[in-house]
Design a protein around this ligand. Structure first.
Ligand code: B12
Length: 395
């Protein structure tokens, strides 16, 4: 860039003053982020965000790997690049909150009589926790710089993981989530876009090396290749996002995971440096880590809402969570759960009835199952539930 001809002596000074102002601003953002409970903060210039993430998103959608998550496809063009979402944006401030569990979440899977809720969903909904922190930081920035700001966590069309990598907060691991040398695989992300020009941090590089632990750990074979997930096979998708019946091919692999899955994250060797979350809001409902299946099977709408109030589980709704608990009950091979299962054969939700039939099939001997079929199958009108009863006949 050339110097303005009439004031050549002023130009380097202006740059120096501007640089000082923006790094002061960055220091202020960093301090506010810390006070707001964030564990990491990095900055990138949005014009440094490449086209590759958008192209990979397009390929993911073309292959239908998003399943029923139509919201990923409907605003894909905006999602591809931060300036497509907000043309005036100049910098992205990427913030992260550590939600590291205090013990290995995989240990919970051994008790087949209990349903396991993944680490991210055991405390207060991270959308609320992260968003309130982002708003605090954004307000401080807007006041100090008279800049426009917008805050994002999850729900807006923005690719948070590649943004975080470009800002230097970590790298997208082979399990596709962001990994940090300091916090392992246990970070929630949030983004502030702003019209302010802030000094950027250096991007992070991939430190996965030849490791493929996360790829091999997936119980349902959701990784098509390193760095590529088919969401339709991912237990997080199946148990949380998928509204319909869960295909029989995935039921055994789901095991006793009733909400989300931590397996690919929990085996990441970089977790050796991770610490337990310090924000108690994300961990205070530790009694939700694993829940007796008998209790989950007995949930009606009111008891479900009371139990999961304020957590991400509540948004998924009682029927889908009971559907998941029935799969876990079927996999438990514990006939003690049969009364809870058979009570659901007449449930108002076909989603629940269908899985109750499947679970009963796993827990009963042939004659007991035939007796249940005689009592419940004839009156069934829903085609999916009828198919589950018929599957029992074939077996
Ligand atoms: C949709 C979604 C899901 C979907 C799809 C997951 C996915 N991998 O895309 C489902 C429901 C399955 C899901 C599950 C989970 N999610 Co989610 N999810 C999202 C969401 C809303 C969008 C992600 C997205 O854009 N997907 C689209 C595809 C195209 O992206 P992708 O898989 O990352 O694709 C990239 C790679 O494949 C890569 N790639 C492709 N080929 C190659 C080749 C090479 C060589 C390389 C290097 C890269 C590469 O490029 C693509 C573009 O970056 C984000 C929030 C957000 N707005 O970003 C949260 C988010 C990713 N989820 C999050 C969490 C916590 C989870 C779970 C851990 C929850 C749980 N315990 O059950 C699991 C993890 C499962 C997993 N291994 O991904 C966090 C992750 C935080 C982090 N540290 O990364 C996020 C960022 C939310 C947040 N604000 O914190 N999620």
């Amino acid at each position: 860039m050339g110097r303005p001809g009439n004031i050549p002596w002023l130009w380097p000074d202006c740059i120096a003053i501007f640089a000082e102002m923006t790094s002061d601003l960055k220091a202020l953002i960093g301090a506010t982020a810390k006070a707001a409970g964030f564990d990491v903060m990095r900055v990138m210039r949005v014009d440094a965000f490449g086209i590759e993430p958008g192209e990979r998103l397009a390929a993911f959608l073309r292959q239908g790997r998003h399943g029923e998550m139509d919201w990923l496809a409907t605003r894909a063009e905006q999602r591809a690049h931060p300036t497509a979402l907000w043309k005036e944006a100049r910098s992205a401030i990427v913030l992260a909150k550590n939600y590291g569990p205090s013990s290995d979440p995989l240990q919970l899977l051994a008790d087949k009589g209990r349903g396991v809720v993944s680490a991210y969903a055991q405390g207060r909904d991270y959308h609320d926790v992260v968003k309130s922190g982002l708003k605090q930081v954004a307000r401080a920035l807007a006041d100090a710089a008279s800049a426009d700001v917008k805050v994002f966590v999850d729900t807006a069309p923005l690719m948070e993981k590649p943004l975080a990598q470009a800002a230097g907060l970590g790298w997208q691991g082979k399990h596709t989530n962001l990994v940090s040398q300091e916090f392992g695989s246990w970070l929630f992300l949030g983004v502030i876009l702003t019209t302010a020009d802030l000094p950027p941090d250096a991007p992070e590089v991939d430190h996965c090396g030849t490791c493929r632990k996360c790829l091999d750990a997936c119980p349902t074979g959701a990784f098509i290749a390193p760095y590529q997930l088919d969401a339709r096979r991912c237990i997080a998708y199946l148990t949380i996002e998928h509204k319909g019946h869960i295909d029989e091919a995935f039921r055994a692999g789901i095991g006793n995971r009733v909400f989300g899955c931590d397996d690919c994250l929990a085996v990441c060797p970089w977790n050796k440096f991770a610490q337990a979350a310090r924000d108690q809001r994300l961990t205070s409902k530790a009694d939700l880590a694993s829940i007796a299946l008998a209790e989950l099977l007995a949930l009606d709408d009111a008891t479900f809402r009371a139990k999961f109030a304020g957590t991400p589980v509540k948004r998924t709704g009682r029927d889908r969570v009971v559907r998941n608990a029935l799969i876990a009950a079927g996999n438990s091979i514990d006939p003690g759960l049969l009364p809870g299962v058979t009570a659901l054969l007449a449930d108002a939700s076909p989603l629940v009835r269908a899985m109750a039939v499947w679970a009963a099939r796993q827990l009963c001997d042939a004659s007991a199952f035939a007796a249940l079929a005689e009592k419940f199958a004839d009156g069934e009108t829903d085609p999916h539930v009828k198919r589950e009863w018929a599957r029992g006949d074939d077996a």
